[in-house]
Design a protein around this ligand. Structure first.
Ligand SMILES: NCc1[nH]cc(CCC(=O)O)c1CC(=O)O
Length: 350
């Protein structure tokens, strides 16, 4: 069993348009909590005369009790419950509530997904994400990121839409030094050097079969061969200036292989955010719509193209397997580990 408290596991919750980085910060140690509670307890407790007085007649209002002051007529008069702890004391004002808040979510936790295309200078609507767009490479992206920064969001993740004619069964476009992803990284880092730029590492946007890895004729997604290309992809993104590469493919051993490839090329400072426990999910539908990257059928050929990603993405029923993936990614050197999709898997995050 992995002891989650041994390691500081940062995980990311990604859902719909915004990737939410939930950094859970314990604000108060147990000691401080005790102190606060003690202090609250020192506030003079009014002694209700009802405690000692002869039986209280029905409907009688105990006017002396501070807690009863202002109570509507007819409020029952009761002996206070004998409670050593009243959790509501720590919720009694905004000041106290914000002092004891355990989890804080702010714009600095968010990673903004940027879907980018280079087919025209018009942003393109994404049908399954009303109000969100594939942005045209160039000024549109700069403006969008500048606006996001004004709200305090200073992290983005880039997802390029690859034109069909650049897609192949092996997805070499993934490590084209002048590919759309690489150009977008350069564009953004030139404009905003302190922007934290994340990238997606997987072959599906570039693969004519729509899978994260190379598909063999019998429908097997080839693991180690794919990992070789993922390493080249990650290195080309680091060369372009990416701060953090994010393997989303779920091939075995890819985090370690990418770490070694980056280090070998001198990118020891480039981080890896791993999709560690990535469950097969219909929530990815809009994403695949945005990139037109869903698995395609084999057409008239005899090749078998699996219609889903279940031979690499996880079964939603498996919790212990998720922990196994966590142990592996951590040992392989992941800087940030993610459970995905986030919102419906908060039990896994815990
Ligand atoms: N490698 C594909 C990829 N890269 C990032 C996401 C997740 C996107 C989301 O949050 O919806 C996916 C999902 C998928 O198509 O399997």
């Amino acid at each position: 069993m992995i002891d989650a408290t041994e390691v500081q596991i940062r995980f990311l919750v990604v859902y719909a348009f915004i990737v939410v980085h939930l950094k859970v910060t314990m604000l108060l140690s147990g000691k401080m909590q005790q102190l606060l509670a003690k202090q609250a307890g020192q506030v003079a407790q009014p002694v209700c005369p009802c405690r000692t007085a002869a039986p209280v007649s029905r409907g009688q209002v105990c006017v002396q009790a501070a807690s009863q002051k202002g109570a509507p007529e007819g409020t029952p008069v009761v002996t206070p419950q004998d409670l050593p702890s009243r959790p509501r004391r720590n919720r009694r004002s905004e000041t106290v509530r914000s002092a004891v808040r355990e989890s804080i979510l702010s714009p600095s936790n968010f990673i903004l997904p940027i879907f980018v295309h280079d087919e025209s200078d018009q942003n393109q609507p994404i049908p399954s994400m009303p109000g969100y767009f594939r942005l045209a490479y160039g000024k549109s992206i700069i403006d969008f990121v500048a606006e996001s920064r004004s709200y305090g969001i200073n992290q983005v993740v880039i997802f390029p839409k690859t034109p069909d004619h650049l897609k192949t069964p092996t997805g070499e476009e993934a490590f084209n030094r002048n590919g759309l992803s690489q150009r977008t990284i350069r564009l953004l880092k030139d404009a905003f050097p302190d922007l934290e730029v994340y990238t997606d590492v997987a072959l599906d946007p570039y693969n004519s079969d729509g899978h994260d890895g190379i598909v063999r004729d019998d429908g097997v997604i080839m693991n180690d061969e794919t990992v070789e290309f993922l390493c080249r992809q990650a290195v080309s993104q680091a060369e372009a200036g990416a701060d953090c590469v994010s393997p989303s493919d779920m091939m075995d051993g890819r985090v370690g292989a990418i770490r070694r490839a980056l280090d070998r090329e001198g990118f020891t400072g480039t981080s890896i955010m791993s999709y560690t426990a990535k469950f097969a999910s219909a929530f990815y539908g809009p994403f695949r719509d945005a990139l037109e990257s869903a698995p395609k059928s084999g057409g008239p050929s005899n090749r078998i193209i699996p219609p889903n990603k279940k031979s690499y993405q996880m079964d939603p029923g498996n919790y212990r397997e998720a922990l196994r993936e966590v142990r592996a990614d951590e040992a392989e050197g992941a800087d940030i580990m993610m459970v995905k999709p986030g919102m419906p898997y908060l039990d896994m995050v815990r």
